[in-house]
Design a protein. Sequence first.
Length: 149
Amino acid sequence: MLLRRISAITILAFCLSSANAVAESNSIPPQLQAQTIEQYTPPDPSPIIEEIGLTEEQITQLSQISRKFRPLLDSLYEKWDEAQQELETLIASADASESQVRQKYRDVEALRTEISQLQFERRMAIRDVLTPEQRLPFEQYMQSLVDNS
């Protein structure tokens, strides 16, 4: 049971940290984003695990999904954060041309799109693991955590 709880915490922490990182990225100054994400403490997933009745097999599958997507998303978040900071620097710079600023903006948006697409693929993989009866409560729980963060 302890292994099940630890696995579930890892899975939910990954799901939430990724969602929160992008959802909050527009409202937090770039220099504070990394600090905010590092301070994030995931909630206890025990209630939702019991509520939707995740099986050991589902927990294993969700762990595999997490291991697959985490390094990809972490890398993209890092690149996006760097590009966002570079964009802010270019905007404030007296030496940057308009075309340089616009190009960096396109780079930032391309990374944001790539992150969104990967998050969607991760979400679809999670959806495939959950039964139809588990999907709605899981989505509602995840949304409530994002809303309360």
